[in-house]
Design a protein around this ligand. Sequence first.
Ligand code: ADP
Ligand code: MG
Length: 232
Amino acid sequence: MLELASLSKKYRDGSQTVVAVAVERLTVKAGEQVALTGPSGSGKTTLLHLISGLLTPTSGEIKFDNIAVSAMPETWRDAWRAKHVGYVFQKLNLLAGLSVLDNLLVAMSFAGAVPKPDRRSWGKQLLAQVGLADRLNSLPHQLSTGEQQRVAIARAVANKPRLILADEPTASLDQANANKAMALLQQLAQESGSILLVATHDREIMSLLPRIIPLRQPEGQVTSYAADDCLA
Ligand code: ADP
Ligand code: MG
């Protein structure tokens, strides 16, 4: 179960403070599949970064299966993320020097969820499921953006994570490939009873997910001129 309480993230931007995320309370049960929706700038990416522990909150708490992720020291958080979180980044973040298959194998080597002898065939199976069986040895830059997006999806689920976070995972895909990608995410999440959180503003994608959480731009998002900046 994922629990957020009194969560906020503020960014300092020059002399202004931007409230990117403000969530009073949110609970997502194991196995739930959720769309996080909202216009550009409503804090979807920031919220997914907070949940994955890549960012720390300005205030409040994030708990996953009763572990306070937001309170962990950074090195623990990195190990926790490698083991439990699959993240399809908005900017994909594929390793440019490694082949498609090696991108998955490296991710698997960090988590230890899949026994070593099984990794290659599991990686190939996932890549086949996203329609990339014939691109295993390509480098990311040799693929289209849509194909790269499918690699990122296969990599995110490679460790059978308890928590799958996907940031606009179908943004560069045509409808057929978007459906294929969502089917893979949803099928693997369901098989392992994992939480799936998908940031999206695509109505077709929203209609595939049983729960929709709208994020609204916090009222008066630029809240203040920081006093200490004014004094500087
Ligand atoms: P979304 O993913 O919904 O488009 P983001 O989480 O990217 O929203 O951004 C939420 C708000 O936080 C926006 O107003 C954005 O400009 C601001 N923001 C995001 N990252 C930073 C940053 N590193 N520094 C300052 N402001 C930021
Ligand atoms: Mg975003």
